[in-house]
Design a protein around this ligand. Structure first.
Ligand code: NAP
Length: 300
């Protein structure tokens, strides 16, 4: 079977991205072969493309999440069958028309969830759940960068746990934050003063999606002594008190978010859809870092 893969032979801007056709090897035991219908694009994909992160040797492939249809199973199986609609996450290979995925990474796609939503859930959902797992109990939470992929679901999960959430974003995304249930604040100069007037008490915890100095200083000034302060940005920060957080794959965490999206408890917004053939344009947009919700590649 053939697959068309998004691949880069060098680091750089989106011009380095190519679509190449490859023959797939015999499907290995424990794996399912998936015809991809939709695959979210995350900032990490664009940051690997530019070489900011060099996680893999060149040439490199991209994409950590997907939704699609099982077209082949390596072994006799009582849980899965050909034609099942699934979603999940993998390494960095899901921006391709056909992919091979370990069975333990799959969950069933609820019928009432559209492909573009199903294909963009796994990365941000599991990251947000990892943050809450590592944070531990908290009553109040400050989110720096709450309007993007991870922040949008994190706010809803935190509110589900009974937390009071204050979140930052640019001016244009303030309403989006409010609709998610957070108290919105504009990031940038004067942030600490704005936080003091909106939330005079110290926060129990903060999480930073941006990695910038304003966010670091605001956390140090507004989180109570001993409170959790984390960052998922993967950038060098000026304070060692802000703990780096890295996503952990956890199928139960993913199922929790998928169930909530399927039954309407959680809102999941896809802001931009791109045909797979337009991947260069999609990566250009994701590089700007100002999305509302998720960006998704869709496949015919
Ligand atoms: N550590 C991990 O395991 C892990 C996992 C997933 C993601 N990440 C990283 O986490 C970051 C966020 O991911 P994402 O998918 O949520 O990205 P995203 O969808 O691009 O969202 C970025 C968010 O940051 C906000 N932002 C932009 N500039 C900011 C600033 N100066 N101060 C505060 N907030 C600012 C944006 O708000 P506006 O649009 O309103 O400007 C938006 O809310 C990315 O860098 C990604 O690579 C890490």
């Amino acid at each position: 079977m053939k697959t068309t893969v998004l691949i880069a032979h060098e680091y750089g801007q989106p011009e380095v991205l190519n679509l190449e056709s490859h023959s797939l090897p015999t499907l290995a035991s424990g794996m399912a072969r998936i015809q991809v219908k939709a695959a979210g694009i995350n900032p990490i994909d664009a940051r690997r493309m530019t070489g900011e992160f060099k996680h893999a040797q060149l040439p490199q492939t991209f994409g950590t999440e997907f939704a699609g249809v099982i077209v082949e199973l390596a072994d006799a199986n009582t849980t899965w069958k050909i034609g099942d609609e699934v979603l999940g996450s993998g390494g960095s290979f899901t921006h391709a028309t056909v992919i091979d995925v370990p069975l333990e990474n799959l969950i069933r796609k609820p019928q009432n969830i559209e492909w573009n939503i199903a294909g963009s859930l796994a990365g941000a959902a599991q990251t947000a759940m990892t943050i809450l797992d590592e944070m531990g109990p908290a009553q109040s939470l400050l989110v720096h960068g709450g309007s993007g992929g991870v922040g949008s679901i994190l706010i809803q999960l935190a509110i589900e746990k009974g937390m009071n959430v204050v979140a930052t974003a640019s001016e244009k995304n303030q309403q989006h934050l409010q609709a998610l249930g957070a108290t919105p604040v504009v990031y940038g100069e004067g942030l600490i003063q704005r936080l003091h007037s909106i939330h005079p008490e110290k926060f129990d915890a903060s999480i930073d999606m941006s990695g910038n100095e304003d966010a670091t200083q605001a956390s140090l000034a507004t989180v109570k002594s001993g409170g959790f302060m984390g960052s998922i940005a993967g950038r060098k920060l000026s304070s060692s008190q802000i703990r780096p957080v890295w996503v952990k794959r956890n199928i139960n965490n993913l199922q929790h978010v998928v169930d909530g999206v399927a039954d309407g408890r959680f809102d999941w917004s896809v802001s931009r859809e791109y045909p797979f053939e337009n991947a260069q344009e999609a990566y250009t947009d994701v590089l700007t870092g100002h999305t509302k919700g998720k960006s998704v590649l869709v496949f015919q």
